[in-house]
Design a protein around this ligand. Structure first.
Ligand code: CP
Length: 466
């Protein structure tokens, strides 16, 4: 199969079969590094890193050099024209005319999608704020498969900052697609965001249950706050979540995926809560628990205090192997997206995401995520907020850039103008009337004031009457 000219903005951009095909190519390339030196000869990769990076940037650049290609780079917003107020779309168009492929890291969530929409060449997301980091997910999956041969049926515990950790967000969706159970072990106050859980359950099936009493190891140092089981899982999770979690722990954990506190994304309030002080640490003592007897310890790195150096020599520690595998995995990806190599796609199941209606009407609600690219002053002159209607009960719109969800309180239908002006009414979004509105006619409002300022009057289905 040819992946030429495709983008990798979120992990949804690759099917399970395509991911496995890339892994086969990565292994072939690793086994014959000298043989790859002409694969991308004459091609240029633009490496745009507007947030700090060691592994992702250098492994992408090493990968392109090992393929015989060249690299141009911008690694500091202050040294690029973004500092002068240039928009991301203009930067994308310009760099798209200089290079053959772009790798971008940016603090705004959805920035990589904007670059992909405007560059005219393939774009790879190397991390966009707290949203996703799909190439980290590729090398995480590659490591799990290398070490365990299959992902299906494994129990993977995610540990630490599950709120802002972009590596965990893309990994959650990939693990669900490949059939793993997920144990959520967040540091207090850094739980998985609701929009990630909503997408996980609605798009991949299965169920997420919060545990009433956290399932814990004997010394209380490892506790599970919630658990995701795939649709094929035999557990009666909804009926007995706490019992299911104890069963999961009894059988041991296959991988413990540790993340650092993403303190650069903490809000002022979170900075004041001293969340770092409550952050759990993975060390030699923790790994002595029987739950971790055969557990792979994974970490995207960099680490700070949450992963002790005393386990580096332990054969269960995988993090340096993960980072090293970033080079062949990224070589395979670059070669495939540049059309320099085809991949063999095995015939495996890959859940297809539902096709959603797009929100088409005005007014466009402003995305409530302060880190979303769609609300940044340099981008608003050309970027219109875009949403998919992903749920009707409760009515939920998902921003196409940062994927945060939004549940409007009030709705109306464009049907009003086909009738009389006195039918120009708005309703509570949870009223039964709202459910009759066709998606293409749906209008949503942030407040009653907004609806009234646009000439709508309250219907009888506002204010608790259904
Ligand atoms: N894992 C990872 O993204 O590391 P860097 O921030 O060093 O690129």
């Amino acid at each position: 199969m040819n992946l030429k000219d495709r983008n990798l903005v979120t992990i949804d951009d690759l099917s399970n079969g395509e991911i496995l095909g890339l892994f086969s190519l990565a292994t072939d390339m690793f086994d014959d590094m000298p043989g790859q030196l002409d694969v991308c000869k004459g091609k240029i990769m633009a490496s745009l890193f507007f947030e700090p990076s060691t592994r992702t940037r250098l492994s992408f650049e090493a990968a392109m050099h090992r393929l015989g290609g060249s690299v141009i780079t911008a690694s500091d917003v202050g040294a690029s024209s973004l500092a002068k107020g240039e928009s991301i779309s203009d930067t994308a168009k310009i760099v798209g005319s200089y290079a053959d492929i772009i790798v971008i890291r940016h603090p705004w969530e959805g920035a990589a999608k904007v670059v992909a929409d405007y560059a005219g060449i393939p774009v790879i997301n190397a991390g966009d704020g707290g949203h996703q980091h799909p190439t980290q997910t590729l090398l995480d999956l590659y490591t799990i498969i290398k070490e365990r041969h299959d992902i299906k049926g494994l129990k993977i515990a995610l540990w630490g900052d599950l709120k802002y950790g972009r590596t965990t967000h893309s990994l959650i969706f990939a693990l669900a697609r490949f059939g793993a159970d997920i144990l959520f072990c967040p540091s207090p106050g850094l739980e998985v965001p609701a929009h990630v859980i909503e997408k996980l359950v609605n798009e991949y099936g299965g169920e997420v249950e919060r545990l009433k009493d956290s399932a814990r190891t004997d010394d209380n140092r490892f506790s599970i706050d919630a658990i995701y089981t795939t649709p094929n899982s035999p557990h009666q999770l909804a009926m007995m979540p706490d019992l299911s979690a104890q069963v999961e722990l009894k059988d041991g954990v296959d991988a413990l995926y540790v993340t650092r506190p993403q303190k650069e994304r903490f809000t002022d309030k979170e900075q004041g809560q001293n969340l770092k002080a409550k952050y759990p640490v993975v060390n030699k003592k923790l790994l002595q628990d029987k739950v971790f007897r055969k557990t792979m310890v994974m970490h995207p790195l960099p680490r700070v205090d949450e992963l002790a150096y005393d386990i580096d020599a332990d054969e269960r520690s995988m993090y340096f192997k993960q980072a090293a595998r970033g080079v062949p995995v990224r070589m395979a990806l670059l070669a495939a997206l540049l059309g320099a190599k085809e991949i063999n796609v095995p015939d495996v199941e890959s859940p297809k995401p539902p096709v959603y209606h797009e929100y088409q009407q005005e007014p466009r609600p402003t995305c409530s995520n302060p880190r979303c690219v769609s609300i940044q002053p340099t981008e608003t002159p050309y970027l219109k907020p875009e949403y998919k209607i992903v749920n009707t009960e409760p009515l939920t719109l998902r921003c196409v850039y940062c994927e945060h969800g939004f549940e409007p309180k009030f709705v109306a239908s464009t049907d009003w103008h086909e009738h009389k002006l006195d039918t120009k009414k708005y309703h509570s979004a949870d009223s039964h009337w709202a459910k009759f509105i066709h998606p293409e006619n749906l209008i949503v409002f942030n407040s009653e004031e907004e609806a009234q300022s646009l000439g709508f009057k309250p219907s009888q289905f506002v204010g608790g009457r259904h």
